[in-house]
Design a protein around this ligand. Structure first.
Ligand SMILES: O=C(O)c1cc(=O)[nH]c(=O)n1[C@@H]1O[C@H](COP(=O)(O)O)[C@@H](O)[C@H]1O
Length: 224
């Protein structure tokens, strides 16, 4: 089985990001580049990191009118990402157009409810009900729009997998036992997410901020 760990390379400097990726590459299965990286380094930076030789997940969380998202999706063909994110709350039409505009071979997955939110946060955005219900509702919408899968926390991935058996599920908000939670709220261990059906385990700070990132990645890999 291939290594499901995607390292979130949320570092502002390209040389430091590349060096970290080179160091840990034999203990991870892919690299996630987000807004922080892409806004600073663009396609040039993505190409540089791609030289490490692992699949690239471009986490841009696109969320706009359908026409704009489709055009953005076309613009990122250049980077040939394996995975791209959009926000499910952009609606069905936006997701359909995003998928239609994506390069063949790029998986388009929809962020349901950010792992940094809990139910109190949800109420303040005008959504009543549980995190579970919100994730299930948006996963249904993403499925109907023809996407490849969703991003959700490890607390919901088991239920989503049950409903959408061949879906592709990205799970962030992962913390090995005892590590600092930071701004994440709906957190589980990498092993639990894997057991519950995650396809990809997104892990950032527990590796990138560790005193010894290689050892941290190796330790997490050993728990899977
Ligand atoms: O789409 C994502 O990857 C994502 C969705 C989500 O709900 N929560 C979430 O944390 N992420 C990303 O996953 C990574 C988590 O990083 P750490 O909390 O440092 O492990 C960050 O790069 C986030 O942007």
């Amino acid at each position: 089985m291939s290594n499901p760990i995607y390292l979130a390379l949320d570092l502002p400097r390209l040389d430091a990001a590349r060096a970290l990726a080179e160091k840990v590459k034999s203990h991870i299965g892919g690299i996630k580049l987000g807004m922080e990286f892409f806004y600073a380094h663009g396609h040039h930076g993505v190409h540089d990191i791609a030289k490490v030789g692992l699949p690239i997940f471009l986490d841009l969380k696109l969320h706009d009118i359908p026409n704009t998202v489709a055009a953005a999706m076309q613009a990122i063909h250049l980077s040939e990402p394996a995975i791209v994110t959009v926000h499910a709350s952009g609606g069905r039409h936006m997701m359909e157009d995003a998928k239609a505009a994506a390069a063949e071979g790029t998986k388009v997955v929809a962020v349901t409810m950010l792992t940094s939110l809990d139910e109190r946060d949800l109420v303040r955005t005008g959504v009543d009900g549980s995190a579970h219900d919100q994730v299930m509702r948006l996963a249904d919408l993403a499925h109907d729009a023809g996407l490849d899968g969703v991003v959700c926390s490890g607390q919901e991935v088991g239920a989503v997998r049950k409903q959408w058996k061949d879906g592709f599920f990205v799970v962030p908000g992962l913390r090995p036992a005892g590590s600092s939670v930071g701004d994440q709220k709906r957190v589980v261990t990498p092993r639990k997410a894997r057991d519950d059906g995650a396809s990809v385990l997104v892990i950032g700070r527990p590796i990138s901020r560790a005193d010894d990132p290689v050892q941290a990645a190796r330790d997490i890999e050993a728990t899977l």
